[in-house]
Design a protein around this ligand. Structure first.
Ligand code: HEC
Length: 170
């Protein structure tokens, strides 16, 4: 009994000191598929065989349309898909020259809340945005190093750390 209590305690200590608790603050946006707008879908510029479908919530879209800074509570979602391939493993393109969606691989999320950026050094700071990534069924992918997300988006200071800011509009 005592042994079990010690194991449980050790597990709690590990999760609170390992940085996971801090990173878990961006929750999975449960109803994004029905309540957010799919404002853009792209063949991924950074990846030769993926597709991304981008969604934003109402407050983000409204501010974007008005040319204003996106407010606290803004959430942007990227559904990442593999692109369909032929039997030789080559990515197929449609008659429009675009990749075709195959399986959903992950759901990437950015959310903005007051003070969320405070703890980060300059090269990882994205204003008050923070990042999370989930499996297609909404489970947090704990092993992903979110500092890679932060480092790639951080330099985008003139577009609020978003690649697709100009498309976030109504
Ligand atoms: C190497 C650079 C790079 C890394 C690393 C990266 N992103 Fe991005 N991200 C992009 C680019 C480029 C786009 C524009 C869409 C595209 O081409 O995929 C984007 C778009 C997004 C968007 C849509 C909003 C926007 O900025 O347009 C979200 C949400 C997002 N990324 C989340 C994440 C998360 C979460 C991670 C880490 C798990 C991550 N990104 C890691 C480059 C990166």
């Amino acid at each position: 009994m005592l042994k079990r209590a010690i194991i449980v305690l050790a597990a709690v200590v590990c999760t609170t000191t390992g940085g996971v608790a801090e990173e878990a603050r961006v929750a999975f946006p449960e109803s994004y598929a029905t309540t957010f707008e799919n404002y853009l879908s792209l063949d991924r510029t950074q990846d030769p065989d993926q597709i991304i479908r981008l969604f934003a919530n109402g407050v983000a879209l409204e501010a974007g349309a008005a040319g204003k800074e996106l407010p606290d509570g803004s959430v942007v979602v990227g559904e990442v898909y593999s692109a369909r391939k032929d039997s030789d493993g080559k990515v197929i393109t449609s008659s429009l020259g675009r990749r075709i969606r195959d399986k959903m691989l992950a759901i990437a999320v950015m959310e903005k809340r007051k003070g969320w950026g405070d703890a980060y050094p300059e090269d990882l700071r994205n204003g008050d945005w923070d990042f999370a990534i989930f499996s297609p069924d909404g489970k947090r992918l704990e092993k992903k190093d979110l500092n890679t997300c932060r480092a790639c988006h951080a330099p985008l200071k003139t577009t609020q750390h978003l690649y697709s800011l100009q498309h976030i509009t109504k």
